[in-house]
Design a protein around this ligand. Structure first.
Ligand code: F0G
Length: 460
């Protein structure tokens, strides 16, 4: 096992959670019973869980200590004021509404900003965002640069918005035809890829010219800032906090799933600079989430979130975090496993089209690889390919396949060691050696919306 670097993790481990061992034979039975869908596998039958980096972080002792000073008052609890102060200090936004998770904040934002029949432009909207935009009658449009969809292209900011396409959208439908612009930092849908400060600034400038509001989907804002520091000229000597502040200075507000860079297991935020807009958000917040100062969360959760946000912008934390993701990526490249390059912020994405070229997209190659990885070593990954994004065109009955056929290995924060990462890489190396024997899958049960959570398959 090659060491990642001469540095070690910037924390000691105080509490451990045992992992139950299963055999390959047991896992064969478990996954078959689960309809070859890892969402149906009980988590205690999973050895290394890379299904998501969302809500799976290990909290620090300081965050746990914060849980003991939860103020569970209905209104005006002290933890809300702590959170508000933290958010203002980190992002500059003073109007802050807690929500129970990210999609709840998206629900509020889209309720107040999406106009039926009008577009919401973005780099790549996350699926819950896209769902909320469509539910409110809007039309989500993805404008990520073309390099962002080329898995082997090593462009440093593959989450950037294509400025030419942005302008042509604005010219085509006029600023009245656009509800708002949503920049997802980092861009989850194509590999946790960052957006450059230059791009954020340019989008913001254009948006101002046309009076279109710009929001961040800020789930992984700190990881994005780290990439700016490492890859963008002029930012190498700035602190993460300075970079974060500058990023947020170009937008009118944000939604955030704090389950990622908030380093908590549950929580979200809506924030805006405009008082009137915030008032309207609050009206919907009260209906959907609860009173303005708790937003669907316990006071103790707000405290953990406030403390997590302060920890996530620490450079030693980010160096370790992004370094671990890069380490797994490097191990996989050493073993000849094709991944999205360069690796992004929160996970490694395997290109299943290149890994299993013999399996056509209608036989779910990425899902077949997810299944193999579970059987090989009890590792749970997630499919981001035909199962998640394929659909039937209702008029022509034709199947539409996504460009990318990916398996995401999302890395929880502060949870696994480099040895776990090495084991994941070895499992994929083993699968690669027997990949000619891997078979595709066919669907035997399918729900009408967000089908990938409950799909059931059979092996071909
Ligand atoms: N935006 C982005 C970019 C996300 O990645 C997610 C969640 C959300 C919004 C929604 O936030 O889950 O708190 O309601 N992503 C998780 C994932 C589920 O696995 O990537 P939420």
């Amino acid at each position: 096992m090659r060491p990642r670097s001469e540095y070690s993790e910037p924390y000691r481990i105080k509490v451990v959670e045992p992992i139950e061992a299963t055999t390959g034979e047991e896992r064969e039975k478990i996954i078959k019973k689960a309809g070859y869908n890892v969402f149906n596998v009980p988590s205690d039958k999973v050895c290394i869980d890379l299904l998501t980096d969302s809500g799976t972080s290990a909290m620090s002792d300081y965050q746990w200590a914060g849980m003991m000073v939860g103020d569970e008052s209905y209104a005006g609890g002290r933890n809300f004021y702590n959170l508000k102060e933290t958010v203002e200090e980190i992002t500059g936004f003073k109007y802050v509404l807690p929500t129970h998770q990210g999609r709840a904040a998206e629900n509020i934002l889209t309720t107040i900003l999406v106009k039926p029949g009008k577009r919401v432009l973005g780099n790549m909207h996350f699926d819950t965002t896209e769902g909320h935009i469509r539910l409110k009658g809007g039309d989500p449009v993805n404008l990520v640069i073309k390099e962002g969809l080329e898995t082997a292209n090593r462009h440093p900011f593959k989450g950037n918005i294509d400025i030419e396409r942005l302008l042509s959208e604005i010219h085509a439908c006029g600023s009245d035809g656009i509800s708002y612009i949503n920049i997802t930092v980092t861009c989850n849908s194509n590999g946790g890829q960052p957006v450059s400060m230059g791009n954020i600034k340019e989008v913001s400038k254009i948006a101002k010219e046309y009076s279109i509001p710009v929001f961040f989907d800020a789930a992984r804002f700190a990881e994005n800032a780290y990439f700016i520091k490492k890859r963008e000229k002029g930012y190498e000597n700035k602190s993460i906090s300075e970079i974060v502040k500058e990023m947020f200075s170009y937008v009118d507000g944000f939604t955030m799933s704090a389950k990622k860079d908030g380093l908590v297991n549950m929580g979200g935020i809506f924030a805006a600079s405009d008082k009137e807009l915030f008032r309207r958000a609050g009206e919907w917040g009260i209906i959907y989430e609860g009173y303005l100062t708790y937003g669907g969360l316990a006071g103790r959760d707000l405290e953990a979130m406030s403390r997590g946000l302060r920890e996530v912008v620490r450079e030693d934390y980010l160096e370790d975090r992004i370094g671990q993701v890069a380490y797994l990526g490097d191990c996989l490249l050493d073993f000849g496993v094709p991944i999205i390059e360069p690796t992004g912020g929160h996970g490694v994405y395997i290109d299943a089209k290149r890994f299993l070229p013999e399996i056509p997209q209608n036989e779910f190659p990425a899902q077949a690889l997810v299944v193999e990885l579970y059987i090989e070593a009890g590792i749970r990954a997630v499919e981001l390919g035909t199962a998640a994004f394929g659909y039937k065109n209702e008029e022509t009955e034709e199947m539409i396949y996504p460009d990318l056929e990916l398996v995401r290995l999302a890395i929880p924060r502060r949870v696994y060691t480099d040895r776990h990462m090495h084991m994941v890489a070895c499992a994929l190396r083993n699968i690669k050696e027997r990949k000619d024997r891997i078979r595709g899958l066919k669907i035997v049960y399918e729900a009408p919306v967000l089908r990938h959570f409950t799909l059931e398959f059979e092996r071909l």
